[in-house]
Design a protein around this ligand. Structure first.
Ligand code: SF4
Length: 777
C-alpha cells in the first residue's frame, strides 16, 4: 500500500495512480476562485481550470469574470491520464518515440479494439484478427512494456468501456485518441478526444492547449420510463442541436432528472456528445456514480470522491453558475428516437418513423440489428434487451433478421454470460461478437449484403455514428441509430413501420402479440466478475528500457516517421487542388474499414486521402484535375504535385473534419504536400490536428468567397509573416491573394485561430518537431 495526500487511509498503489490528485486540484481551484472573485463556476470549469498548469497565466485576461475566458482564451492544461486505441495509438506512439523519453509523464493505456473483425462470432473472429494484425499488436505491446503503458490486448474490450470500468473518476481530466473519449464524462470526468500529437503533449508532460470552451447546460427534468432510455436523451439532443451545435462547448447536464439515471446511462449520453461536435460532456457526482465505482471494485476511490465533494463541493456546479446556453429535456415526455441515415442529427421519434421513411423513400424493411459497442453495452442495456427477447421466446416468436451483439469488455461479457444473458441471446439466434469495435468501425465482414450493392438497405444499431460505409463498407447501407431496446424489438418485425410501443406482431397461431416495456437491472445483483485473466494487464506496469521496439523497414503496416520540413519563413503560395462539396467528415478525408490496417504506415495510408470527398465542380467522388485538365484520383494528384514541389490547398464547406479524432486526416494531407485547408467552418478536433501537423487551417471571413474560388487557382498569403511575428495573437484575419487561371486577381479575407504554441508548431513543421526540439534543447 501507499500513502497519498488524496487518501488519509492506506490503499493499494493502483488506486492512487487511478485517482485524480484531488488535494492539488482543490488548491488550484482556490486560486481560480480568487481570480474570478468567487463568481460561481460550472462543474466543467471547476474540473478544467483546476487542471491548469498556471491559473494566473492562463486566466490573466479574466478581469474577474468567466465571460472573458470562455470561448476567448487558450488554456494550458495538465491532463491526469491518456488512453489510446490500437488504430490511433500506432501513430501516437510513433510520434512519442521521436521525443526520446524513457517513460510517459502520466499513466496511460493502450486498447486493442478497432482492428478486430466482426463476422462469425467472438472466438473465430478473434483468432483471425490477431493473426492478421500480429505485427501491429506486437508493436503496441512492446511500446507498452518499454514505456510502462498498460496494454489491453485484443479481446479485452473497447477503449471507452474499459476506461469507464477502470479509470474514469469524478473530477479526472483525461485525453483519449478517439473521438468518443467523452464517454468517461458519464462518471463525472472531463475526457476529451484528441489526435495522437495532442496525446504526445500529455505523454511527454508538455502543457496541453485548449481554447476555453463555452458551457452548454442541459437541464434534465422528470424521469425515464417504459421504452425510453438514456440513448433517447442524446438522440433527441442531437436533433435539437445538430452536428455543429456543440462545437466549442462542453455539455454539462444538471437538474433533478440526472439523479434518476444510471452511471452507464450517463456514459451513453456523454459518448454521443461527440456527434454534436461538443468538446466533451459531463455529469455532476451522483449516488449512481458511487454505486458504479463500488461495483467496479473501486470503493476507496468512491470514498475519496465523497470526501472531496463533501468538503468543498468540487464535483458539483456552484449554485448560481451560469451557462452560455441552456436546453431543457423532460425525461417523462421523452419518446424513443431513431436517428439517420448518414447523419446522427436527423432525429425522428419512433411514432413518426414509418411515415417519414415512406416519405423519404428509405427502405421499407430493416436488414439487420446490432446492439452493444462502446455506446450501449452496459449491464442495464443488455438486461433490458434480454427482457424483450424473453418475451418473444415465451410466445415462440423468432427474429426475422440477423442480430449481432457486441459486449464492450471482458468484464461485461463474463458477467452477462454468468447471468445467462449470453445464452438467451445465442439461443434466440444472435451472434455474439468479440469484445471489440467490429461492425461499428467498418470491420463488419458482412455476408448477406455485398459491399458493392447499389441497392439501399437499412440497419438498426445502438451505435453512435452513421456516416456512409461506416459499418459494412457499403455506401448504400443506411444506419439508423437508436436504443438497444428499439433494435431488439425491431429484429422481430423487420418492418420500418413497426412501433413496439403501440403495435403488435402476428404470431404463427394467428394471435397478436405486443411487447411489454423492457425491464433491466442497473447493475448486476451478484456483482461483476472479471472473466478470463488473459485479458487483463498488469495493474501498474513499470517501464522496461531494455525492451526494443522493432519496426521493419520492409513492413507495409508500420513505418518510422520522418520529421516534416520546417516553415521556409516565406509567405505560402499554393494551388487549389480540390474544391469539396458538402459534408466532409474525417471518414471522407481518411477512410476507415480496410484502411485501418495502414494506421501505422503514413505513406501507405495516405493513398486514402480524401477519397470520399465530392468534387464541387464535377460532382464526382475522388476525382481531381491537374492544371492542364488531366484527371486523377485525389491522392494521385496530391502525390504528383508533391513530386513537382507544388504546395496545395483544399477548399471546403461547413464543419470540415466532422466526426472522429482521426489525426491521419491531418497527417496525410501534410505528408502529401498540403499546406492550407480553407473552409467555411471546422470541427474542433480536426482544426487542432491540422495545426499540430504544421498545416494552416483558415476559414472564409465571408462565406460567399467559397463560390469565387476554383480548382487550379493560386492562393498566396499576404500577411502570414506578420501574423507569425505576432505569435498568432490567439486568432485574427489574414489576407489571401487569389490568382485565377486567366491571370486576374482579387484579395479575400480569411480567419485563423492560431495561438503562440500553434505558431511554434507551424514554424517547426509540426508539434512533434517542436516538442522534440524542446526536449533536446
Ligand atoms: Fe469502437 Fe465504435 Fe466505440 Fe469507436 S464508436 S470506440 S469504433 S465501438
Amino acid at each position: 500500500s501507499a500513502s497519498s495526500p488524496v487518501f488519509n487511509f492506506p490503499v493499494p498503489e493502483e488506486y492512487v495512480s487511478r485517482t485524480p490528485p484531488y488535494s492539488k486540484l482543490v488548491s488550484n481551484l482556490n486560486k481560480v476562485n480568487q481570480i474570478f472573485n468567487h463568481q460561481p463556476l460550472t462543474l466543467a470549469e471547476k474540473i478544467l481550470y483546476s487542471h491548469l498548469v498556471d491559473p494566473e497565466e492562463s486566466l490573466a485576461a479574466a478581469n474577474g469574470s468567466t465571460a472573458n475566458i470562455r470561448g476567448e482564451q487558450y488554456l494550458k492544461l495538465n491532463p491526469d491520464r491518456v488512453a489510446m486505441q490500437d488504430a490511433s495509438a500506432q501513430m501516437a506512439l510513433l510520434q512519442f518515440m521521436t521525443c526520446g523519453m524513457a517513460s510517459t509523464a502520466v499513466p496511460a493505456s493502450i486498447h486493442c479494439d478497432h482492428l478486430i473483425v466482426g463476422k462469425d462470432g467472438a472466438e473465430e473472429d478473434l483468432v483471425k484478427s490477431i493473426a492478421t494484425n500480429k505485427e501491429v499488436f506486437d508493436f503496441l505491446q512492446s511500446c507498452g512494456e518499454k514505456y510502462g503503458i498498460q496494454f489491453w490486448g485484443p479481446g479485452s474490450g473497447i477503449i471507452h468501456q474499459i476506461v469507464l470500468e477502470n479509470f474514469s473518476v469524478p473530477g479526472l481530466m483525461m485525453l483519449g485518441t478517439d473521438s468518443h473519449t467523452p464517454n468517461a464524462g458519464g462518471l463525472g470526468a472531463i475526457a476529451i478526444g484528441v489526435g495522437g500529437a495532442d496525446a504526445v503533449d500529455a505523454l511527454t508532460g508538455t502543457p496541453w492547449e485548449l481554447k476555453a470552451p463555452k458551457i452548454l447546460g442541459v437541464k434534465l427534468t422528470g424521469q425515464l420510463s417504459g421504452w425510453s432510455s438514456p440513448k433517447d436523451v442524446i438522440t433527441k439532443l442531437a436533433g435539437i442541436l445538430t452536428v455543429r451545435g456543440g462545437t466549442g462547448y462542453i455539455v454539462e447536464y444538471f437538474g433533478e432528472g440526472v439523479q434518476t439515471l444510471s452511471c452507464t446511462g450517463m456514459a451513453t449520453i456523454c459518448n454521443m456528445g461527440a456527434e454534436i461536435g461538443a468538446t466533451t460532456s459531463t455529469f455532476p457526482y451522483q449516488d449512481a456514480h458511487r454505486r458504479y465505482l463500488v461495483e467496479t471494485n473501486r470503493a476507496p476511490i468512491a470514498e475519496a470522491a465523497d470526501a472531496v465533494n463533501k468538503q468543498v463541493g468540487f464535483l458539483q456546479a456552484d449554485k448560481g453558475a451560469e451557462y452560455d446556453k441552456v436546453v431543457e429535456i423532460n425525461l417523462s415526455d421523452l419518446e424513443p428516437h431513431v436517428n439517420g441515415p448518414f447523419t446522427p442529427d436527423l432525429s425522428t421519434p419512433i411514432s413518426q418513423f414509418g411515415a417519414v421513411a415512406q416519405k423519404e423513400g428509405w427502405p421499407s424493411t430493416v436488414s439487420a440489428g446490432l446492439i452493444g459497442s462502446c455506446t450501449n453495452s452496459s449491464y442495464q442495456d443488455m438486461s433490458r434487451a434480454v427482457s424483450i427477447i424473453k418475451q418473444a421466446e415465451a410466445v415462440g416468436l423468432k427474429p426475422k433478421i440477423p442480430f449481432f451483439v457486441t459486449p464492450g469488455s471482458e468484464q461485461i461479457r463474463a458477467t452477462i454470460e454468468r447471468d445467462g444473458l449470453i445464452d438467451t441471446f445465442e439461443k434466440n439466434g444472435a451472434i455474439v461478437l468479440a469484445n471489440a469495435c467490429g461492425p461499428c468501425i467498418g470491420q463488419w465482414d458482412r455476408t448477406d449484403v455485398p459491399k458493392t450493392s447499389t441497392e439501399t438497405n437499412a440497419i438498426f444499431t445502438s451505435f453512435n455514428r452513421n456516416f456512409r460505409a461506416r459499418n459494412d463498407g457499403n455506401r448504400n447501407t443506411m444506419n439508423f441509430l437508436t436504443s438497444p431496446d428499439m433494435v431488439t424489438a425491431m429484429i422481430y418485425s423487420g418492418d420500418v413501420n413497426y412501433n413496439p410501443i403501440t403495435d403488435s406482431i402476428k404470431l404463427e397461431n394467428g394471435e397478436e402479440f405486443k411487447f411489454q416495456p423492457p425491464q433491466g437491472e442497473e447493475l448486476p445483483s451478484h456483482g461483476f466478475i472479471k472473466g478470463r485473466e488473459q485479458f487483463y494487464p498488469e495493474a501498474s506496469p513499470k517501464p522496461k528500457p531494455e525492451v526494443s521496439v522493432n519496426v521493419s523497414p520492409e513492413s507495409d503496416r508500420l513505418q518510422l516517421l520522418e520529421p516534416f520540413l520546417p516553415w521556409s519563413g516565406e509567405e505560402l503560395s499554393t494551388n487549389v487542388l480540390l474544391k469539396v462539396e458538402g459534408k466532409c467528415t474525417t471518414d471522407h478525408i481518411s477512410a476507415a474499414g480496410a484502411w485501418l490496417k495502414y494506421k501505422g504506415h503514413l505513406e501507405n495510408i495516405s493513398y486514402n486521402t480524401l477519397i470520399g470527398a465530392v468534387n464541387k465542380e464535377t460532382g464526382e467522388v475522388n476525382k481531381a484535375y491537374d492544371l492542364n485538365g488531366d484527371s486523377y484520383s485525389i491522392p494521385e494528384l496530391m502525390i504528383k504535385w508533391k513530386e513537382e514541389a507544388r504546395p496545395w490547398v483544399v477548399v471546403a464547406e461547413h464543419n470540415y473534419g466532422e466526426g472522429s479524432a482521426r489525426e491521419h486526416a491531418a497527417l496525410s494531407p501534410k505528408f502529401l504536400g498540403g499546406s492550407i485547408i480553407l473552409v467555411k467552418s471546422f470541427a474542433r478536433i480536426h482544426e487542432t490536428n491540422l495545426k499540430k501537423q504544421g498545416m494552416l487551417p483558415l476559414t472564409f471571413a465571408d462565406e460567399a468567397d467559397y463560390d469565387k474560388i476554383s480548382s487550379g487557382d493560386l492562393l498566396t498569403t499576404v500577411d502570414l509573416k506578420d501574423m507569425i511575428a505576432k505569435n498568432g495573437n490567439n486568432g485574427g484575419v489574414l489576407t489571401v491573394k487569389v490568382t485565377k487561371k486567366d491571370g486576374s486577381t482579387f484579395d479575400i479575407l480569411c480567419k485563423h485561430t492560431m495561438s503562440k504554441d500553434q505558431v511554434d508548431f507551424f514554424k517547426a513543421g509540426s508539434a512533434i518537431n517542436h516538442i522534440g526540439n524542446l526536449k533536446r534543447a
